[in-house]
Design a protein around this ligand. Structure first.
Ligand code: CP
Ligand code: NVA
Length: 327
C-alpha cells in the first residue's frame, strides 16, 4: 500500500530548504505545508512509517522545552526517523566552536537539525553553513513551528484563514507574536496587536508585515487600547509576558502588560464565536485568566497537538520530494 501526499506540497519545492522564520516560505508554500499537515493528520500514523525511514533528525536545544521537543520526537518516530537530543549543557550554538563548523559537522551525520537558541543571528550563521535543512525550534526572534500549528488550528476551526481577524495581546515584540503575525498575514488574515508602546512591534516589522500581506490581502495594526484590539475578532491569542532569557524584565513586564491580560471581561468584546489561543506554557492569573483558558472557547490543547501534525508535514516537505511513499 502506498501513501501519496497531496500534489501541492510537491509543487512547493521545499526539499532541502531551511525554516528559520515563517517568511522563509512563500504564502503558497505555507498553504501547501498546511494542506499536507491536514492530510497526514487524517491518515493513520501506521501508514506513515516509511516516509522518513532511515533518516536522523537532531534536536539541539539551549533552552527548556516540553511541546517542541516531544512533538518533534513523536512526529519523527511516526514517520520512521530516528532522533537524537542534546541540551544546552552539551550544545550551545557558537560556544565550543563556530556555528559554521558545528553545522558542517552535523550535516555529515544527520538529515535535519532542529535548533532552539537564545539569539537568532548565530542560528542564521549555522543554517547558512549547513547542507541539511535547519529548523528553528524557537529563537528570541521567531517561533515558526509554533505558528504553523497556530494557523492549522485556526484553519480547522474556521475553514479558512483569509478574512479572519486575530488579536494578539501582551508582549507583541516576542518570537511567538512575530511568527503568528507573519503566518496570519501571509494567509490573508488581519492581525491586531494589543500592547503598550513599550511592547509594540518595531515600525520596520510592521512594514514587513504590510509587504507580506500584499498578495493575500492580510494586514497588521497595533492598538494600545486592549478593547479596540479585541473588538469583533475571531481569535484572541496571548503568550507569557516574559520570554525565556528575558527574566530580568519580569517585574517591568508584569506592571506594563497587566491591562492586556486576557480575561472573560476582555473576551466579551471579541466575536461571540471567538476562540482563545496560547502557545503554552501558560500562567493562569497573569497573561490569561483560568476561566478563559479552561473554557470551551479555548483551543490551546488542539494547538499543542497540532505542533506534531504540522511538524510532520514540515519534515516530509523539507526531506522528501513528496512523491509516492511505500508504507
Ligand atoms: N509552545 C512551545 O514551544 O512549548 P515548549 O517551550 O514547551 O516547547
Ligand atoms: N515567548 C515564549 C514562548 C515559549 C514557547 C518564550 O520565548 O519563552
Amino acid at each position: 500500500m502506498y501513501l501519496v501526499a497531496p500534489a501541492p506540497a510537491r509543487q512547493a519545492g521545499l526539499l532541502g530548504r531551511h525554516f528559520l522564520k515563517v517568511s522563509d516560505f512563500s504564502s503558497g508554500e505555507l498553504a501547501a505545508v498546511l494542506r499536507l499537515a491536514r492530510f497526514l493528520k487524517a491518515r493513520p500514523s501506521a501508514e506513515q512509517r516509511a516516509l522518513l525511514r532511515g533518516r536522523t533528525v537532531a534536536l539541539l536545544f539551549e533552552k527548556p522545552s516540553l511541546r517542541t521537543r516531544v512533538s518533534f520526537e513523536v512526529a519523527a518516530a511516526q514517520l520512521g526517523a530516528e532522533t537524537l537530543f542534546a541540551h544546552g549543557s552539551e550544545f550551545m550554538v557558537g560556544a565550543r566552536e563556530s556555528p559554521e563548523d558545528a553545522a558542517r559537522v552535523l550535516s555529515r551525520y544527520v538529515d535535519a537539525v532542529v535548533v532552539r537558541t537564545h539569539e537568532h543571528e548565530p542560528l542564521e550563521r549555522f543554517a547558512a553553513a549547513a547542507t541539511v535543512p535547519v529548523l528553528n525550534g524557537l529563537s528570541a526572534q521567531a517561533h515558526p513551528c509554533q505558528a504553523l500549528a497556530d494557523v492549522l488550528t485556526v484553519a480547522e476551526r474556521f475553514g479558512e484563514i483569509a478574512g479572519l481577524r486575530i488579536a494578539y495581546l501582551g508582549d507583541a515584540r516576542n518570537n511567538v507574536a512575530a511568527s503568528l503575525a507573519e503566518a496570519a498575514v501571509m494567509l490573508g488574515a488581519t492581525v491586531h496587536f494589543g500592547c503598550p508602546p513599550s511592547h509594540r512591534p518595531s515600525e520596520s516589522f510592521l512594514e514587513q508585515l504590510t509587504h507580506l500581506g500584499r498578495v493575500s490581502d492580510g494586514s497588521a495594526r497595533a492598538f494600545s487600547n486592549p478593547v479596540r484590539a479585541v473588538r469583533g475578532v475571531d481569535a484572541v491569542y496571548t503568550d507569557v509576558w516574559t520570554s525565556m532569557g528575558e527574566e530580568r524584565y519580569r517585574e517591568l513586564n508584569e506592571a506594563l502588560l497587566r491591562p492586556y491580560a486576557v480575561t472573560e471581561e476582555l473576551m466579551a468584546y471579541a466575536a461571540p464565536h471567538a476562540i482563545f489561543l496560547h502557545c503554552l506554557p501558560a500562567h493562569r492569573g497573569e497573561e490569561v485568566s483560568a476561566d478563559v483558558i479552561d473554557s470551551p472557547r479555548s483551543a490551546v490543547f488542539d494547538q499543542a497537538e497540532n505542533r506534531m501534525h504540522a511538524q510532520k508535514a514540515l519534515l516530509v516537505s523539507l526531506l522528501t520530494e513528496c512523491k509516492g511513499f511505500p508504507v
